[in-house]
Design a protein around this ligand. Structure first.
Ligand SMILES: [Zn+2]
Length: 354
């Protein structure tokens, strides 16, 4: 979900490191006939961005439409999801590993069948049922043994047969903001306007797999009728979610719904790469399935400012790489980007654009 940030922000146009090699990912849209040509073109541009950086030979099918959404919500995604054993998911990551990011990630994932999870709430909490206090859940029952991922993420890992042509999710854009979308990012985003293509790319990113089960815990952790095993919702991105406290307590991940900082790390917080949002209800007010807001971390930041141009970042790509998508090594990306920048420069001069 991408929400509107009520701040006027001037963000410099960043060079995007989109690789130019052969496309393999195909994003196929089924669209509401009411969508106009500009919106469809914006979605296609957004799809092209992902297709140019993710090289898995799979087709992802998405339904797109405009709909009435909650106030301040620009776009929303509901994705088809499935649950696999943690051990099975880890094996799939190992089979798919190609980059240094992949190898670092899998080297630090627990080799056994279970994850040791720092969490809170639940009726097994030693501090009391529904308590906000954190505890380490390492009883190796259902939630310690499962990974819940988007169908598209499973496709990237070769876990879904090509014969499955079903929908991978639905993306809705708010009808309430139709008048302030800027559909043409090539000349920047107008002051007071919202980058439609960028928000579309953001929502596609959720469908491709940038999700967090912490958002569910965040909504229900005070309930006293749910034990830990009800939360078989650890997402691929959650495998790389940790904190100094979870590391010190011997947990593999920090899956708590609270306001403490949670970090993106490929080695259980020995080295922290980035920082996540931590929950609408009990965290910083933003869904945990995002980077921390307003840090310039990447496209999967939770809000879009007026006038802000949204782009896929190296940190976004590192996450998609780590959860099972095929991303070129950073060195290759840099070379491709140089080539692409040269072409773009030539076009810019011709068109006399800034
Ligand atoms: Zn979002």
């Amino acid at each position: 979900m991408k929400t509107l940030k009520n701040l006027l922000k001037i963000v410099p146009l960043l060079a995007c490191a989109y690789a130019g090699s052969a496309q393999a990912l195909t994003i196929n849209f089924t669209y509401d006939p009411a969508m106009d040509a500009r919106a469809l073109a914006g979605f296609q541009t957004a799809a092209n961005r992902w297709q140019s950086v993710l090289h898995d030979n799979v087709q992802v099918n998405l339904n797109i439409a405009f709909a009435a959404l909650a106030p301040n919500v620009l776009g929303s995604t509901s994705s088809r999801q499935g649950t696999l054993s943690y051990a099975g998911f880890r094996q799939a990551l190992i089979r798919d590993a190609k980059t240094s990011t992949d190898f670092q990630a899998i080297a630090n994932l627990p080799a056994g069948p279970c994850l040791s999870v720092m969490m809170n709430g639940t009726n097994v909490n030693p501090a009391g049922a529904g308590s906000a206090a954190t505890f380490v859940d390492n009883d190796c029952d259902a939630n310690n043994r499962a990974v819940t991922a988007t169908w598209a993420n499973f496709r990237a890992l070769g876990l879904i047969p090509d014969s499955d042509k079903g929908s991978d999710g639905s993306i809705s854009f708010s009808t309430g903001f139709a008048s302030i979308f800027d559909f043409d990012p090539t000349d920047g985003i107008g002051a007071g306007l919202i980058d439609f293509t960028g928000v579309a790319a953001h929502e596609i990113g959720h469908a491709l797999g940038f999700i967090s089960g912490v958002d569910i815990l965040d909504q229900v952790y005070t309930r006293t009728d749910l034990d830990d095993s009800a939360f078989t919702l650890v997402a691929p991105a959650d495998l790389y979610r940790c904190s100094p406290a979870s590391k010190a307590a011997g947990a593999d991940i920090d899956w708590s719904a609270d306001a403490r900082d949670k970090f993106f790390s490929l080695d259980n917080c020995t080295t922290t790469l980035s920082i996540f949002s931590n929950g609408r209800a009990n965290g910083d007010g933003q869904q945990a399935s995002h980077w921390k807001d307003n840090r310039g971390i990447g496209l999967l930041d939770p809000t879009a400012g007026r006038g802000e141009l949204l782009a896929i970042s190296q940190m976004d790509l590192m996450m998609f790489d780590a959860i099972g998508w095929d991303v070129p090594e950073p060195a290759s990306i840099a070379l491709f980007a140089l080539g692409a920048a040269g072409l773009a420069g030539a076009r810019r001069r011709k068109q006399k654009q800034a």
